[in-house]
Design a protein around this ligand. Structure first.
Ligand SMILES: [Zn+2]
Length: 327
């Protein structure tokens, strides 16, 4: 457990912990507006995460069969947000509804759309569950597990409801990196990776002005997985007490520079405009003093911007000579 704790802190070094007032969600906004802001960000993160995962399957140590959809259920929302979620998205209990269906994903190719409510898979009904007052994930998680298990075996027949009409569709999954991308409601500017998932806070996702900028942040986190840094960080955490701090700091900074470089390749391979990365890092540094200056685990924002300019030149040279974009 202590190793995991240190690991969490180490990877948190990717972002920062500065609270912000004007990025992410406005806490005082009415419930429905908060729901809209949250689900809009969820959809952006799902869209960018899907493109990165699908385009980089061959580089990821863990892959899986993916429908590409983002699911949610009424039961996971607080009592305050739930009536709005039910009215806006047609949700019911633990049944998973499609919150995002990224263009080109297996779900989109099967004809599924945002707002469809999943009822069953391969002839077996999904559980609606009992109505509880407090937000609960167990019911919808069990349904999602059932869906993932069936998708792992190949094409699935999905029963779903659209505008009160029950229909079926066949989803033929595609190989993608095997990591969920999770949006965490928080006013901390942060993103991290733990070997199983990528996490980004609402404040950090909200700070990115475009999908290209969001892809720079999520690409960096995915790169930690591609580079096997989870194991690296655990080894570092165990060995840290016997090392001198400068040696550890320099090794950690090296990992961040590697993740910046490989992350840019991952974003480029997914078709994002990576030329904006240096300007993004300068804007982030201007906004947030914690990344402006070098920290124990990361170089300064300006140093990262300059290094990314070099990586961008490398990508352009590879494109010009017809070489594959393999980091
Ligand atoms: Zn990092």
């Amino acid at each position: 457990m202590p190793a995991l704790l240190v690991l969490g802190l180490a990877l948190s070094g990717c972002g920062s912990k500065a609270p912000v007032a004007d990025a992410g969600l406005e806490i005082a906004a009415p419930a429905e507006q908060r729901l809209i802001a949250l689900t809009d960000l969820d959809q952006r993160v799902a869209r960018v995460g899907y493109r990165l995962s699908a385009a980089n399957a061959e580089l990821c140590p863990a892959v899986r069969n993916s429908a590409g959809w983002l699911l949610h259920a009424a039961s996971q929302y607080s009592p305050e947000l739930r009536p709005h979620a039910e009215a806006r998205f047609g949700l019911d209990g633990d049944l998973p509804g499609l919150l995002a269906v990224p263009e080109g994903s297996a779900a989109a190719r099967a004809g599924l759309r945002r707002g469809d409510l999943l009822l069953g898979i391969n002839g077996e009904a999904l559980a609606r569950g009992v109505t509880r007052r407090a937000a609960a994930f167990e019911g919808v998680e069990a349904n999602i597990q059932k869906l993932d298990l069936a998708l792992a075996a190949g094409p699935v027949e999905i029963a779903f409801r659209r505008d009160g009409d029950d229909q079926t569709a066949t989803v033929t999954p595609q190989r993608a990196c095997g990591y969920d991308v999770q949006l965490d409601p928080s006013d901390e500017l942060n993103a991290r990776a733990d070997g199983k998932r990528l996490y980004i806070t609402t404040a950090m996702a909200g700070f990115t002005a475009t999908d290209d900028e969001l892809a720079i942040v999520l690409g960096h986190e995915l790169a930690h997985h591609v580079l096997g840094h989870r194991g690296w960080h655990e080894a570092e955490a165990r060995g840290r007490q016997t090392q001198t701090l400068p040696a550890f700091t320099s090794a950690a900074g090296g990992a961040e520079r590697q993740a910046d470089r490989v992350g840019l390749y991952l974003a480029a391979r997914a078709g994002f405009d990576t030329g904006i990365a240096p300007a993004f890092w300068r804007r982030f540094g201007d906004y947030n003093w914690r990344v402006r200056y070098p920290g124990w685990s990361h170089p300064s924002a300006e140093a990262r911007a300059r290094a990314l300019e070099a990586v961008q030149a490398e990508l352009s040279a590879r494109r010009a000579s017809g070489q594959p974009l393999v980091p």
